[in-house]
Design a protein around this ligand. Structure first.
Ligand SMILES: NC(=O)c1ccc[n+]([C@@H]2O[C@H](COP(=O)([O-])OP(=O)(O)OC[C@H]3O[C@@H](n4cnc5c(N)ncnc54)[C@H](O)[C@@H]3O)[C@@H](O)[C@H]2O)c1
Length: 346
């Protein structure tokens, strides 16, 4: 199958591409290369005959039509997005532009392409989204596919809007879509502004490890390779028009996660003192959702999906990867805003 992947130079898109190529698919990677992109993420497959790259913007209707006509993909996986909540607080415009308008432009390009080819049977528009669209949970309960949308940040509101557009294009125009909402991802190649790489890199440089508020916010962590596997499964076997929640059932407070990372670092790269001594509590993020937790029953039962990483194995592998790949992250730390405290404005 030839898959057009948007955002394939990012964290999750690149994991999808590495996995898709390993599974024998062809891939067209469409990415405009924002500050969050890194083509090194797909360097291991760039020489593969099944891989091609197009530097193009999903907001550019002509460019999207041209890429589709040129490559004639069988299906589309849409991951391109502005993805950092803190940046969305400081500058929501880019999130509205890319995540909402960009998704709209891509949907229209996909619809024209699909219709011009006589609505081919196997075509899918797979929209990749987040559990953050459901807002915040209390002490108990889980997000299911039927949970109401209650986004709280400009990022999650823009993703929620894009989910609604995708649903509407299926209902109104019959575009064959599948939608997934996933919990927090971690793993190799995660851009060094996200929580887990921030903790690892601050610890390695002996700097304070910032924790927002009291570190009591709870997230449900999933290894990016487990997510990529789930996404390809939904693409191939998911029911048309259906959404699937994807999560690892690994709930942890941010403080517990950071302490776990510090213990792994103590083991793999022992310092003079335990890394946990660097933990520093800083002003909380405005509108910080208290708890996310996914009920992944549907994808487990209907598609027989199970994650293969536990937090223990996955976090150790991830820390080791950052220790082994200094060249990758050192140059990304020089990019605008990385390493700074963002998203404190109210
Ligand atoms: N990271 C997570 O934990 C998580 C969890 C659930 C869902 N998601 C969703 O998965 C998707 C990928 O997330 P990620 O963490 O890999 O993001 P990322 O920021 O690492 O990568 C996004 C990629 O999209 C590209 N891009 C941005 N704007 C573009 C545009 N206008 N045209 C073309 N390309 C553009 C960027 O250059 C970058 O390569 C996003 O849609 C995000 O909402 C992420």
């Amino acid at each position: 199958m030839k898959i057009l992947v948007t955002g394939g130079a990012g964290f999750i898109g690149s994991a999808v591409i590495r996995r898709a190529i390993a599974d024998g698919h062809s891939v067209v990677n469409v990415d405009v290369l924002t500050y969050a992109a890194c083509l090194d993420n797909v360097a291991c497959v760039a020489g593969s005959p099944g891989y091609s790259f197009e530097q193009a913007d999903i907001r550019d209707a002509e460019a999207m039509a041209a890429v589709l006509d040129k490559h004639e993909p069988d299906t589309i996986m849409h991951l391109a997005a502005e993805s950092h909540v803190d940046r969305s607080i400081d500058g929501p415009a880019a999130f509205i532009d890319t995540n909402i308008t960009g998704t709209y432009v891509l949907l229209e390009a996909a619809r024209a392409y699909w219709m011009a080819r006589g609505k081919p049977e196997g075509f899918r528009f797979h929209h990749i989204s987040t559990d953050e669209v459901f807002g915040s949970l209390g002490e108990t309960g889980f997000f299911t596919e039927d949970s109401p949308y209650q986004p709280n940040s400009p990022y999650s509101a823009s993703k929620a809007s894009s989910d609604h557009l995708v649903r509407a294009w299926a209902e109104t125009y019959g575009l064959p879509v599948v939608l997934t909402n996933c919990s927090n991802n971690y793993g190799p190649f995660q851009f060094p502004e996200k929580l887990i790489p921030v903790v690892i890199l601050k610890a390695l440089s002996g700097q304070p490890i910032p924790i927002y508020g009291k570190g009591e916010n709870i997230r449900d962590w999933l290894h990016v390779e487990d997510h990529a596997e789930a996404l390809l499964l939904v693409l191939e076997k998911g029911e048309l028009g259906r959404s699937y929640n994807i999560g690892g059932e690994n709930e942890m407070t941010n403080l517990a996660l950071v302490k776990m990372l510090c213990s792994v670092l103590d083991m793999l790269r022992p310092g003079a003192r335990p890394y946990a001594e660097l933990i520093t509590f800083v002003t909380d993020r405005p509108g910080h959702d208290r708890r996310y937790a996914i009920d992944p029953s549907r994808i487990r039962k209907e598609l027989n999906w199970r994650p293969s990483h536990t937090p223990e194995t996955g976090l150790e592998q991830t820390v080791q990867w950052y220790l082994d790949n200094e060249d990758w992250w050192k140059k990304l730390r020089a990019r605008q805003g990385v390493g700074e405290r963002l998203g404190v404005s109210k």
